[in-house]
Design a protein around this ligand. Structure first.
Ligand code: BG6
Length: 494
């Protein structure tokens, strides 16, 4: 029996700000991602400083037109190589291709009355290429690349006026591409607003009188914006679906002590469920009322916000899953490690990646069941993968068995979850090709099935090379998830 539904959406993902490059070409404006710097002395033991951006960082970056220190400005040159890249993904048999549109390419300062026609022409060509290969596009409208001008003028999403500017941007996408794209995601990992605030919301700490208030107000504005554009999308194309997305920080209690279990419950509520409860159930959950009171946060609501949230929830729930975390009422007694977008406590039962992210395939089955039990709407895993250093052998091979092993073990757990009764509609791994790392702007942290010849300093031929995982994933898709075995000989023969 084939466990995965026959129309299961297998594929891969990438994001404009990590892949496109061409950051000021054809009328594009600067985005928050274009000031994210690479530090040659990067300390993998302490990645937290990469999540913090000050007004001074922005000024320094704006004064430097180069790309070396700011690798997201050159990305992997997807802007010029999208045809080859999309064709390679099609060769793996992708059913779905997840990519994002760069807001600052379409509206360079965020405030123009009309979209940049060259940007629309570019995304039109990308979509045509995806369609040409018979793949389904999945488009993220906002993936960590808001126009930098909106940061400087409004302190990002902290200002309510940004809702209308975003609406104008999204509406222009629906007008041009609304009939061609069946699956959309409003905000990539909307809970990143709390952990990597700047890249997700453009809010700068030293520009905010009350930073925590500004973070949550920004997220509230994103919730309202997502509801508004969901309404609009359904008017333009009633068949199209708008997903909400979180970075799923599945967390376990450090011990069976009731205090630790309660801490786990709170972490789950504050870090995960708050976002999906609002976007799927359409209302703020009670536990946040208490959290806000105790943290002196008072969300300012617009007259229509409550109705919008209630009437226009997400059609499906998308999430990224890389790691699991640990919760404890006495965190100071435990070792800390890194995780996606934030730090967490060490789980002695799990191994970790070279970047100290804890690998937990079984946690994916738990997560899928947990989310489906709570919301009963289709789930879509839109990111999952292993960041690792790959090396090219003298004969040009990249045998990334560690990546295959990681993905294999996660797909096995997806299968179990489907047997458990979970409605899982698709899986796009992170990432289709190697791209610039979101967290550290490195190239050496690679996730792709396709190697891109580029180093951390931006040197390289940009040549694309199929890794062993490329051939393996092709076989997984061709067998609709049934044949997960890795045959090294088959990969080496090519
Ligand atoms: C997710 C982001 O948080 O994790 C991606 O949506 C990102 O943009 C991915 O690349 C992996 O994170 P990193 O920091 O290893 O690139």
């Amino acid at each position: 029996m084939n466990v995965f539904p026959k129309d299961f959406l297998w594929g891969g993902a990438l994001a404009a700000c990590q892949a496109e490059g061409a950051y000021l070409q054809e009328g594009s404006g600067m985005a928050v991602s274009d000031i994210s710097f690479f530090d040659p002395k990067l300390d993998r033991e302490d990645l937290s400083k990469h999540r913090h951006v000050t007004t001074q960082n922005i000024e320094v970056a704006m004064a430097d037109p180069g790309t070396t220190r700011y690798p997201k400005r050159h990305g992997i040159d997807f802007y010029h190589r999208y045809r080859e890249d999309i064709a390679l993904c099609a060769e793996m048999g992708f059913k779905v291709f997840r990519f994002s549109i760069k807001w600052s390419r379409v509206f360079p300062t965020g405030e123009e009355a009309e979209p940049n026609p060259e940007a629309l022409a570019f995304y039109d060509r990308v979509l045509t290429e995806i369609e040409h290969h018979g793949m389904t596009p999945l488009v993220t409208i906002s993936h960590f690349e808001m126009p930098l001008a909106l940061v400087n003028r409004y302190n990002g999403w902290a200002d309510r006026r940004v809702i209308d500017l975003f609406y104008r941007y999204a509406d222009s996408l629906f007008e041009h591409f609304g009939q061609r794209v069946p699956y959309w995601i409003s905000f990539n990992e909307i809970n990143a607003g709390r952990f990597s605030t700047f890249k997700s919301t453009g809010v700068v700490e030293d520009k905010s009188d009350n930073y925590l208030q500004a973070c949550y107000q920004a997220v509230h504005h994103q919730f309202v914006a997502a509801a508004k554009i969901t309404k609009r999308l359904h008017e333009v194309n009633p068949k199209a679906q708008m997903g909400c997305m979180i970075a799923r920080f599945t967390t376990y209690a450090a011990t069976s002590k009731p205090e630790d279990v309660l801490q786990m419950m709170h972490d789950d509520q504050y870090d995960n469920f708050f976002y999906t409860d609002v976007m799927v159930r359409g209302a703020y959950p009670g536990y946040m009322g208490r959290f806000f009171r105790e943290h002196h946060v008072e969300i300012v609501w617009g007259d229509e916000d409550e109705t919008l949230l209630k009437q226009y929830p997400a059609d499906y729930l998308a999430f990224s899953y890389y790691v699991s975390n640990v919760s404890s009422a006495a965190p100071d007694d435990l070792d800390v490690t890194d995780s996606n977008l934030k730090q967490t406590l060490k789980n002695p039962y799990l191994e970790s990646s070279a970047w100290r992210w804890q690998i937990d395939p079984k946690g994916l089955r738990y997560t899928l069941n947990n989310l489906y039990d709570r919301y009963q709407i289709p789930l879509f895993i839109v990111e999952n993968g292993l960041g690792a250093e790959d090396s090219v052998s003298e004969d040009g091979q990249i045998i990334d068995t560690y990546r295959i092993d990681y993905l294999q073990r996660h797909i096995e757990q997806m299968k179990e979850a489907i047997i458990d009764g979970v409605d899982l509609i698709g899986y796009t791994t992170w990432s289709s090709l190697d791209v610039v790392s979101s967290g550290t702007s490195e190239m050496s942290k690679r996730y792709g099935f396709i190697y891109v010849d580029l180093d951390d300093e931006g040197q390289g031929t940009l040549k694309r090379i199929r890794k062993a995982s490329f051939y393996w994933y092709r076989q997984v898709i061709a067998s609709n998830g049934e044949d997960l075995a890795f045959r090294e000989a088959a990969a080496l023969k090519r």
